[in-house]
Design a protein around this ligand. Structure first.
Ligand SMILES: NC(=O)c1ccc[n+]([C@@H]2O[C@H](COP(=O)([O-])OP(=O)(O)OC[C@H]3O[C@@H](n4cnc5c(N)ncnc54)[C@H](O)[C@@H]3O)[C@@H](O)[C@H]2O)c1
Length: 259
């Protein structure tokens, strides 16, 4: 098994990409902490993994609450004795043209993505540094590299996450900790399903045009990236055997962005 004994803290793991990463890690022998603000969803995801013979723990965690992040991460370390992998994945999407973008919604989005990644990193490295080992994985996006209209908050936050991950490659190196970002193209999850009608209304085009032109127009084959594609990249990063691969962004996006 690729991840035998590997302990992973995964945020936003009760839905979408995070949940698929948790399932994949558990299938490969990893022990996974399903951290989410949605505790009902987290319990359900963890129960499913346990029913399939895996090892999973549900943790209630709002990634913007420093005390909750520290408490949750410490609980995982107490239960399993260590933390090998962090996947900072919790996120939301809000789209508006800037002139209609409520400031409090901008702050909410940036706080969940960016402050949440900072707080989770700080809590996890405390357990990784003494063991001289660990893999920090951040969920960026093609929007960590490329802008899209209507997404001031998301694009700014995702660019920020890339910066945070690169700093952690430098700071983590002497502690044996590597740091990388996954930057997916559009993946059909609840987060994206919600955007299709919203973008159609904002841009004054049909939902079909949102999918074919706005979301997939720059891919090489007009195809959505899948949750499994992203989970496979996370598995690759979590199980990579040396610290050669650090400070990188890997972009599963059907060629939308070529790094
Ligand atoms: N779906 C895509 O096309 C796509 C593309 C690139 C990057 N991403 C990124 O992937 C990540 C996961 O997105 P998804 O599409 O699976 O979305 P999703 O809506 O299916 O899942 C997001 C999860 O984050 C959780 N969450 C939200 N706020 C939280 C908070 N404050 N604390 C803890 N958990 C919280 C939600 O409860 C949910 O379980 C996000 O960071 C997103 O930006 C998604």
């Amino acid at each position: 098994m690729t991840l035998a004994e590997n302990v992973a803290v995964i945020t936003g793991a009760s839905s979408g990409i995070g949940r698929t990463i948790a399932n994949t890690f558990a299938r490969e022998g990893g022990k996974v902490a399903i951290c989410d603000i949605n505790m009902e969803g987290a319990e359900k995801a963890a129960a499913e993994i346990r029913a399939a013979g895996g090892d999973a723990l549900a943790i209630e965690m709002d990634v913007t609450d420093e005390a909750a992040v520290n408490r949750g991460v410490d609980r995982v370390a107490e239960r399993y004795g260590r933390i090998d992998t962090m996947v900072s994945n919790a996120g939301i999407q809000i789209v508006h043209p800037i002139e209609e973008f409520p400031y409090e919604q901008f702050r909410k989005l940036v706080t969940i993505h960016l402050d949440g990644s900072f707080l989770l990193t700080k809590a996890c490295v405390k357990h990784m540094y003494p063991r001289k080992s660990g893999s920090l994985i951040y969920m960026g996006s093609v929007h960590s590299h490329e802008p899209s209209a209507l997404k001031t908050a998301y694009v700014a936050a995702k660019h920020g996450i890339l910066g945070l991950a690169r700093v952690m490659a430098k700071e983590g190196a002497k502690h044996g900790v590597r740091s990388n970002t996954i930057c997916p193209g559009f993946v059909k999850t609840p987060l994206v399903e919600k955007q299709i009608p919203e973008q159609a209304a904002n841009l004054g085009i049909s939902e079909e045009e949102v999918v074919n032109k706005v979301m997939l127009g720059d891919t090489v084959d007009q195809t959505f990236t899948t949750m499994e594609d992203v989970a496979d990249v996370a598995l690759f990063l979590a199980s990579f055997k040396s610290n050669a691969l650090t400070g990188q962004s890997i972009v599963p996006s059907h060629g939308w962005y070529m790094a």
